[in-house]
Design a protein around this ligand. Structure first.
Ligand code: ATP
Length: 364
């Protein structure tokens, strides 16, 4: 089921009539989510991800714009009639019910023509439980389950009605690091197996990048960029997106373009054909540095951290806008920790230029 968002907008009015502090939580969101894909809605706290998800679910009414599921305009439709499955951060299972009863609950509540015979309900409940691999836990109560198992029950409960659309709001936040990894792969597997169009909200860029077919990066209610995770990482539209994606984060410098050459401080570090002379903000991915004794970017060496296959070199430069520069270098290259300086040449496809005021990308 494809989902179309047309100029979707949500404004929360000011509480106080005298002050003008209304919040534009989502501003003119336009996007066609292709059928059967997993979309990661990503951004810092308060950027409007949850509000977008709640509008798709029908829990919140848009101030403007429309939502379509396939060709159906669902903008005014109630949550129950949209055919969605919802999973929240807190699993919200009924504690006095068994796993089976929790999963059956949405089916037992169906009314009118949607009502199902008991056998059919059980069949669907077991099918959903099997998808998330909890069919052996059906007689337990939620308190007898681990956090990861509880979240699986919540996902099974969302899947049991065979929804047209699955909506997940930070579903992994309450799990520990190992379980998060495992559960996010589970979600990906279930999504692929069922082919249900899924929207997944998270503030964790690594999580979104690892399982999404496409990511949407938001800031203050405004979509910054939409694309496949790798292409957004490789070609960020602006400084915000460049900074938001990637661990370790991108290194940011003050720079200047003169005669189609990029300078950081007095050093000519890269040829940037076609770029007009101007002051710029420079982003360099950690993997964009190459150890090179003759390299033009000379930094003061602080530390070398061993990471196994790679090493992370921590250094400083007076034009860096971050307190430290972090580069990732293959561990085969030896770095003398006693040296005062480390010199780099730069990989051009890992260096991005941004307009100093607008912070939009300047392509070269
Ligand atoms: P988080 O990751 O912290 O959940 P988010 O990206 O999901 O953040 P939203 O919850 O969508 O962000 O909130 C977007 C903006 O709308 C925020 O500035 C928030 O304070 C505001 N907001 C959300 N709900 C309401 C509400 N009911 N009334 C007024 N303002 C609201």
């Amino acid at each position: 089921m494809k989902i179309v968002l047309k100029n979707l907008t949500k404004v929360f009015p000011s509480r106080n009539k005298k002050s003008n502090d209304e919040v534009i939580a989502v501003n003119n969101f336009d996007f066609e989510i292709p059928d059967g894909k997993l979309i990661g809605l990503l951004g810092p706290s308060g950027c409007g991800k949850s509000t977008t998800l709640y509008m798709i679910s029908g829990l919140q009414k848009p101030t403007g714009g429309q939502i379509f599921f396939g060709d159906d305009d669902v903008t005014q439709l109630s949550t129950e009639k949209r055919g969605i499955g919802l999973v929240f951060q807190n699993y919200a299972l009924y504690p006095h019910m068994t796993v089976k009863q929790n999963i059956l609950f949405p089916l037992q509540n169906l009314k009118g023509a949607d009502k199902m015979p008991k056998e059919k309900m059980l069949e669907q409940a077991y099918h959903a439980a099997k998808l998330v691999q909890i069919e052996d836990l059906m007689e337990r109560k939620p308190s007898e389950l681990s956090g990861g198992q509880q979240q699986r029950v919540a996902i099974a409960r969302a899947l049991v009605k065979m929804p047209r659309v699955l909506l997940l709001d930070e579903p992994l936040s309450n799990l520990d690091a190992r379980l998060r990894l495992q559960t996010r792969e589970e979600i990906r597997r279930i999504q692929k197996e069922t082919g249900i169009t899924t929207v997944f909200v998270t503030h964790d860029q690594e999580e979104a990048m690892s399982i999404s077919d496409m990511i949407v990066v938001m800031k203050l209610g405004v979509v910054q960029q939409i694309g496949e995770p790798q292409s957004v990482y490789d070609s960020p539209a602006n400084l915000f997106v460049a900074k938001f994606l990637g661990t370790p984060p991108i290194n940011v410098f003050e720079g200047e373009v003169k005669n189609e050459t990029l300078y950081i401080g007095d050093e000519a570090v890269l040829s940037v054909p076609g770029v007009a002379s101007q002051p710029v903000t420079v982003g360099i991915r950690p993997e964009g540095f190459q150890l090179d004794p003759m390299g033009p970017l000379k930094c003061r060496l602080s530390n070398v951290e061993v990471m196994g296959r790679d090493v992370s070199i921590v250094s400083k430069h007076e034009n860096s806008l971050n307190p430290i520069i972090r580069s990732i270098i293959n561990a085969d290259h030896k770095v003398d920790i006693a040296s005062e300086f480390v010199s780099y040449s730069l990989k051009p496809n890992k260096v991005f230029l941004f307009h100093k005021e607008t912070e939009d990308r300047i392509f070269f």
